[in-house]
Design a protein around this ligand. Structure first.
Ligand code: AMP
Length: 194
């Protein structure tokens, strides 16, 4: 299986690149942000609870997103692999993901981290906010909180995957196609070694 964690701060381009990667490698796209927005749209209790935190730019509790990923893994038993987009975001999530994959006799192949500076991220998110209507993309203070959450809780996961020899940094500034090409080069290089 090819299991990729597509990593990076909000606005780094994870969603855009995930869409292209799933097409090329025939993978299942698991975005916890998309799943949560689906729960909100469906008006579930989980969605209502998560919305408050998401609107403030804070992370939702680990057990909520871990449970969501666990059921998605069970629902996609025949998959060739997965792209994890926006998950894991904390050490507890990364450890749980390793356990869940181990139980299925598989593991993370690689963590590819899109690197984009804070000014560029804020600029991109404000533009996305105007186009998509996402509440958490429209206010600079909320954006700052999301970037802080990323720096405090999520960025340290680079060390977690580095210790497993799976971390790879990718320049996240450039055209969508240029960035896609560097991601593919990395994935394909890993395949030759494996
Ligand atoms: P995203 O679409 O990945 O930027 O996620 C939007 C929001 O959903 C985040 O700001 C969090 O509030 C929540 N969220 C998404 N994924 C996670 C996760 N893995 N852990 C905690 N909160 C998450």
């Amino acid at each position: 299986m090819l299991n990729i964690v597509l990593f990076g701060p909000p606005g780094a381009g994870k969603g855009t690149q995930s869409e292209k990667l799933i097409d090329k490698y025939q993978l299942v796209h698991l975005s916890t942000g998309d799943i949560l927005r689906g729960e909100i749209a469906a008006g579930t209790a989980l969605g209502l609870e998560a919305k408050k935190l998401m609107d403030a730019g804070s992370l939702v509790p680990d057990e909520v997103v871990i449970g969501m990923i666990s059921s998605k893994l069970d629902q996609n038993k025949g998959a060739k692999g997965f792209i994890f987009d926006g998950f894991p975001r904390t050490a507890a999530q990364a450890e749980s993901l390793d356990k869940m994959l181990k139980d299925k006799n598989t593991s993370i192949t690689k963590m590819l981290a899109l690197e984009v500076n804070n000014d560029e991220l804020t600029k991109r998110l404000l533009i996305r906010g105007k186009n998509s209507g996402r509440a958490d993309d429209q206010n600079e203070e909320i954006i700052r909180n999301r970037i802080n959450e990323y720096n405090n809780k999520t960025a340290p996961l680079k060390n977690y995957y580095s210790a497993q020899g799976k971390f790879q940094s990718i320049q996240g500034i450039g055209t969508v196609d240029e960035i896609f090409e560097s991601l593919c080069k990395n994935i394909d290089a890993g395949k030759q070694i494996a």
